[in-house]
Design a protein around this ligand. Structure first.
Ligand SMILES: O=P(O)(O)OC[C@H]1O[C@H](OP(=O)(O)OP(=O)(O)O)[C@H](O)[C@@H]1O
Ligand SMILES: Nc1ncnc2[nH]cnc12
Length: 182
C-alpha cells in the first residue's frame, strides 16, 4: 500500500468526536482504527518498512496511546521498546519533564537506565498536536544521552504547529494522515 493509499484509508477509519474531552476540541479517535485489524496491520507494516535501514535500536512510546503503536512496531522491527509514563507509574529511578497539552498540563517520566548513549531512538505516538508531549519525550531521551533524530505519528494536526516545533529540535517527522483544523 502506498503512503497516499494508507492516508485515504486512515481518513476513513479514524472517527472524529466534536467537543471531546472539552468544548472546542475535535478529537481524532484512533481506537476506531485499531478496531480494523487490516488497517492496524497496514500502519505497523508501513512504519516497519519506512524505518528499515535507519539503524534504530530502541523505540520510545509515550503513555498511553504511544504504547499502542510503539510496542507492535518495536516487535516487528526486532528492537527494544521503552515506555515514557505519566508520574508515579514507573517503579525504579526516573527523570521527569513537564509539558503543556492542547487541553491541559502534565509531566512525563522515563527510567534512568532505559537509554544508553549509543542508542538511536525512534519516538512513536498516535497523534501530533502542539508537539508538547514529544518535545518533553525528546528532552528525556537526550538527557539520558540517547540520539533522537526521528519521530513518527499516525495522525498529524498541522494547524497546531507541532511539526514545526519538533523540527526546530532537529527531528524529522513522518506521519500517515493530516487532519486540518483543531
Ligand atoms: O502534541 P501534543 O499537543 O502534545 O498532543 C498529543 C498527545 O496528546 C494525546 O495524549 P494524552 O496526553 O491525551 O494522553 P493519552 O494518550 O493517555 O490519552 C496524544 O496521544 C498525544 O500523546
Ligand atoms: N485533537 C486531538 N484528538 C485526539 N487526541 C489528541 N491529543 C491532543 N489533541 C488531540
Amino acid at each position: 500500500m502506498t503512503h497516499t493509499e494508507l492516508s485515504r484509508l486512515l481518513e476513513q477509519v479514524i472517527k472524529s468526536v466534536q467537543d471531546y474531552p472539552k468544548p472546542g476540541i475535535l478529537f481524532r479517535d484512533v481506537t476506531s482504527l485499531m478496531q480494523d485489524g487490516a488497517a492496524f496491520a497496514a500502519v505497523i507494516d508501513h512504519l516497519k518498512q519506512h524505518y528499515s535501514g535507519h539503524g534504530i535500536t530502541k523505540i520510545v512510546g509515550t503513555e498511553s496511546r504511544g504504547f499502542i503503536f510503539g510496542a507492535p512496531l518495536a516487535y516487528a522491527m526486532g528492537v527494544a521498546f521503552v515506555p515514557v509514563r505519566k508520574p508515579g507509574k514507573l517503579p525504579r529511578e526516573t527523570i521527569a519533564e513537564s509539558y503543556q497539552l492542547e487541553y491541559g498540563q502534565d509531566t512525563l517520566e522515563i527510567h534512568l537506565d532505559a537509554i544508553a548513549p549509543e542508542d538511536k531512538v525512534l519516538l512513536v505516538d498516535d497523534l501530533l498536536a502542539t508537539g508538547g508531549t514529544i518535545d518533553a519525550t525528546t528532552k528525556l531521551v537526550r538527557r539520558l544521552g540517547g540520539q533522537v533524530t526521528d519521530a513518527t505519528f499516525v495522525v498529524n494536526l498541522p494547524d497546531l504547529g507541532g511539526q514545526l516545533r519538533l523540527e526546530a529540535l532537529g527531528l524529522t517527522i513522518h506521519s500517515l494522515v493530516d487532519f486540518p483544523g483543531h
